[in-house]
Design a protein around this ligand. Sequence first.
Ligand SMILES: *[C@@H]1O[C@H](CO)[C@@H](O)[C@H](O)[C@H]1NC(C)=O
Length: 530
Amino acid sequence: MRVIYKKCLGLTLVSGLLLLALFHTWSPWTNSGVDIRQRQASPIKKLLEGKIQDSISGNHDIAYHIKEDVASRLAQNTCVCLADETFQLPFTNLLFPRVWAHNLNLAFLESHPDPEGVRRHRAQEYSSFQRRSYNPADVLIVAEANSPLQYPTQGVEVRALKTIIIPGLGLKGDARSSYLVHLTATLGTFAVAAAVDGVSVKGEGEMHMILSSPLLSALNRQLQFVTYTNTVFHPKTADTVQFATEGHQSFFTIKIGHRTIPNLYNSGYQTEYNISALVTIATKTFLRYDKLKDLIDSIRQYYPTVTIVIADDNEHPQPVTGPHIERYIMPFGKGWFAGRNLAVSQVTTKYVLWVDDDFIFTANTKLEKMVDILEKTTLDLVGGAVREVTGYTSTYRHTISVEEGGEEGDCLHIRNGYHHVIEGFPKCVVADAVINFFMGRTDKVRQVGFNPRLARQAHLEFFIDALGSLHIGSCSDVIVSHASKIVLPWSKTDSQKAYDKFRYSSSVAGGNLHNEIFYFRNRFKCMTSQ
Ligand SMILES: *[C@@H]1O[C@H](CO)[C@@H](O)[C@H](O)[C@H]1NC(C)=O
């Protein structure tokens, strides 16, 4: 009895342990957590930095002469906050607008109760932003002269946690008694998909693998079967692989990540552009129902079935009815960018057209032209022109650039103008910012978004956020009319007066919000503009 009991106990224990072991090896979760903090200080990175120093900074004894005109064009990380100082006659300002400069460090920090604290906080947030957005695939790698190593310099990509064959590995060399190469990675392991006779492989399934052979041809054959398996999950990053032989090292990157999932719109078969199927018109209204009604009536003359999405943050919403109209009521005074965000979030068509609630469609408001350029080019967003009651038409094109300025922050430069004319569309140019009458790819506009803290006057802020992610154009031949803006003060209605009070109230708090956003959120120290 005792013996049987003991045996049973033993069996249970053994099978329990076995199960535990099985569970451990089968378990899809690893017990030890994965460190997903940024790996900026990986050993490979340090190695790379050393190599770059060695290979770039040689030849110290050879003299050179700096060419000021070329050298001065190089970024120096020391932008200064300067306005145009040249003396100008009053009227020349119309033709050649002066550049003004706004020192954000002064404007924002001076009025802040704890300038040192806010400066430090911004620096902390910025360094964590840099760590989050760091991608090993962006690090500079220099290939050594006359390296016997052959390897892919770019274009190697592996899906997260999957395996690939590394293409292009090889070794060239003089006759020797034996040949040896190392491979080292930090986010994955190496193996060989086939074994070649006469080659010794050490470290298969590890982050460091050594291949050696007395025969160069056998080693090169073996190198054709080297695989890389990503073992640390990340949706979008890169591994820097070190590939070395005696006396030589090389580095290349393998991009790691999920593939980008497309976002396609099923707008139906189109022989000619069906605006109702492709475009939604979005606007935001506040205290101007009379203007909004005129806008809707004018749209309906030309586009009777296009959907109109309206964000409305009035205190006492009035009825806005009609077919193909969606109105979203927001808390009172939520503001301009919050309204743009809400309206754009509800769009289901491929394109969204932004209009202000005091615009009027005319026969010149040809949305087909905007769709056409967006369909045929890589533009993500295209602006049109706005005709004032005076007959003056503006396209409000700007270029925006950011110049590095070191620890104090960067300089933002906004200038009138554009980059170049678009081939095939002589009335259209490429710019960085356009007027508040624009059509964009809905998903791209949403990706940039509108900062909802900007409640009153804001427009360029969206384009600053869009820098580097939207390709922006502007066409002067798609024109919307602006319902009277210049109204004599004594003829204003009560609602107009209330609107002006809300929108143009230049309260200290409002001005300082812009300073804060530029100083802290965008980390600028200076803004210059025309
Ligand atoms: C255009 O699109 C709308 C909305 O999807 C649809 O109802 C209409 O039938 C389409 N018109 C044509 C001519 O295809």
